[in-house]
Design a binder for this molecule. Structure first.
Ligand SMILES: Nc1nc2c(ncn2[C@@H]2O[C@H](COP(=O)(O)OP(=O)(O)O)[C@@H](O)[C@H]2O)c(=O)[nH]1
Ligand SMILES: [Mg+2]
Length: 299
């Protein structure tokens, strides 16, 4: 699932190598922590998360719990694992299979890969036996409608279109009636990713959320935007709430820290990652696999 992420891995490796040669001196070990913190931040680990990792390690060092390389790696893995565990996990397919129609609101800034991701999720759900309907509720840009229509033509997954400039909440409302009468299992609602102002965007999203009453609010972020992904997460979370994330462009992502930042700061799980431009390039996110890549137990 994770071919890249090499820069975060290098940071951890360098830290572990240095620390392993200084285990007899608590002071020297403690000195490494400030450097680790800064290096983590430079690899997209949010400041608060990097600080927490360093301070938890500090306690373990002072308590004499870091005895060898193995306990060091395990401690680090334990600290970061706890962030993912605290964020919980979501079986979106399972949820979508029991409630009909299951309504998912897709949110995200333009360009992150939101519309492509909707098509990927729709294809995945169809493969699992569900009937998805994509809803083009971004009526702010004419191109957004066209984009979803194109994905519909290529995948054969139906799309409910709103006219350009029409109230997106009314498009979403009509789409729900349509889905109910035609027996669709899942509604995947595309929303605007930018408007004249942030206030306009927040008001529009709130209005859509009020009408749609989504069963799940998914935020799509682009790994390559690094710390901005977390800022976007805060923004959408404050505006309408976020239940989970999809992180796109993982196939090209070297820095590596975005998943840690999202789960630490927002305490909501990463559900899927985008791993390419084709419809099949969507993978369930497994944090243990992610940790195996950035912080392997065996060196
Ligand atoms: N490499 C890669 N490209 C992606 C991924 N997801 C989306 N893209 C590309 O990102 C670009 C923007 O995607 P789009 O769905 O139009 O973004 P939107 O503006 O958020 O709706 C397109 O060229 C997509 O093919 C991914 O997981 N990996
Ligand atoms: Mg789009």
């Amino acid at each position: 699932m994770f071919s890249k992420l090499s820069k975060l891995r290098d940071v951890f490796k360098k830290f572990i190598d240095s620390a392993a040669s200084l285990l007899t001196s608590k002071d020297k070990l403690l000195d490494l922590l400030e450097d680790l913190k800064l290096e983590l931040i430079s690899k997209d680990v949010a400041y608060e998360a990097a600080e927490d990792i360093a301070s938890k390690l500090r306690v373990l060092i002072l308590e004499g719990k870091i005895r060898d390389r193995k306990t060091l790696v395990e401690s680090l893995r334990g600290i970061i694992s706890s962030y993912f565990e605290n964020a919980g996990s979501v079986d979106l397919l399972g949820l979508a299979s029991v409630k009909k129609p299951f309504k998912i609101l897709f949110m995200g800034v333009n360009g992150v890969g939101k519309t492509t991701t909707i098509a990927k999720v729709a294809v995945y759900f169809r493969e699992q036996g569900l009937r998805p309907l994509m809803v083009a509720a971004d009526t702010f840009r004419a191109a957004a409608q066209e984009q979803l229509k194109k994905h519909s033509e290529r995948t054969g997954i139906p799309v409910f279109m709103g006219r350009y400039g029409v109230d997106p909440a009314s498009v979403a409302y009509d789409a729900i009636q349509f889905a109910q009468s035609r027996g669709f299992d899942v509604l995947l609602v595309d929303t605007a990713g930018r408007m004249h102002t942030d206030v306009d965007l927040v008001n529009e999203l709130r209005k859509i959320a009020k009408v749609v009453k989504p069963d799940f609010k998914l935020l799509v972020v682009d790994a390559l935007t690094g710390n901005d992904a977390v800022e976007q997460a805060r923004f959408f979370n404050e505006a309408v709430g976020v239940d989970g994330f999809i992180v796109t462009k993982f196939d090209a992502y070297e820095e590596g820290g975005v998943p840690i930042s999202l789960v630490y700061v927002l305490k909501k799980p990463v559900i899927y990652v985008g791993t390419g431009q084709s419809y099949r390039d969507l993978k369930p996110f497994n944090y243990l696999e992610y940790l195996d890549k950035v912080l392997p137990v065996e060196e």
